[in-house]
Design a protein around this ligand. Structure first.
Ligand SMILES: [Mg+2]
Length: 221
């Protein structure tokens, strides 16, 4: 079956990951305890089922390990971390060739979506990439990648079956294995191909990905 839509991760996929690490250094320096406990909570929350209110559960986990109240911690995460990160992301730029390539995919009639584990809207604005059929954070589904829920939500929002979607991401475990588990095709952006990779396609330059996708389109017509 042909591909009818492409889903993209954001961090390390639409722009160079190094920017993300550099951008988050100031918040590590300013709020080391908060960042430490936040990172631990983000790992633990991947194991919890079900999560009814993601932001609350995340705050509860951080609060428990920091010994603060959930209300205070939730405000700290949203005002210190998320706001700081969003402001710092003003300097990020998309990978070369990405913007024009996305226009070509649109012209080829493909639907385009974005799914990230972190809040998305301002990042996409700063990247100058705002033309999507859907863009959302997995937090809104209550589960982080590689849980199936965010990927199934992507299919629902694109109004496509999972097997009609190619998901593009830089994390082998979260993006490639997560999307493949619900039946999506996968493309792994990586400097080198992972031995035994289950990704349908591995690339390091966007031109390669766009040629691959448009080649698949041509085969199906
Ligand atoms: Mg990523």
């Amino acid at each position: 079956m042909g591909i009818k839509g492409i889903g993209f991760d954001i961090d390390g996929t639409l722009y160079n990951n190094m920017f993300m690490y550099i951008c988050t250094i100031p918040s590590f320096i300013k709020h080391p305890r908060l960042v430490y406990h936040y990172s631990r909570a983000r790992s633990r929350i991947r194991e919890i089922r079900p999560v009814n209110n993601f932001r609350r559960t995340q705050a509860e986990l951080v609060a428990e390990s920091m010994g603060h109240s959930e209300v205070v911690v939730r405000a700290m995460i949203e005002n210190k971390l998320y706001e700081d990160w969003e402001n710092l992301f003003r300097i990020i730029r998309p990978f070369p060739g990405l913007k024009t390539g996305l226009v070509k995919l649109r012209e080829a009639g493909l639907k385009l979506g974005v799914l990230s584990d972190f809040p998305v809207q301002n990042k996409l604005k700063f990247l100058g990439l705002e033309d999507w059929d859907c863009s959302f954070t997995s937090e809104s589904t209550g589960y982080l990648k590689p849980h199936p829920e965010p990927f199934l939500e992507l299919a629902k929002r694109l109004k496509l079956k999972p097997e009609e979607i190619l998901y593009v991401g830089n994390s082998y475990e979260k993006d490639v294995l997560g999307a493949a588990a619900v039946g999506m095709k996968t493309a792994h952006i990586s400097a080198r191909k992972k031995p035994g990779s289950r990704a349908d396609f591995t690339f390091s330059q966007y031109k390669e990905l766009f040629d691959y996708i448009l080649g698949l389109q041509a085969e199906n017509h």
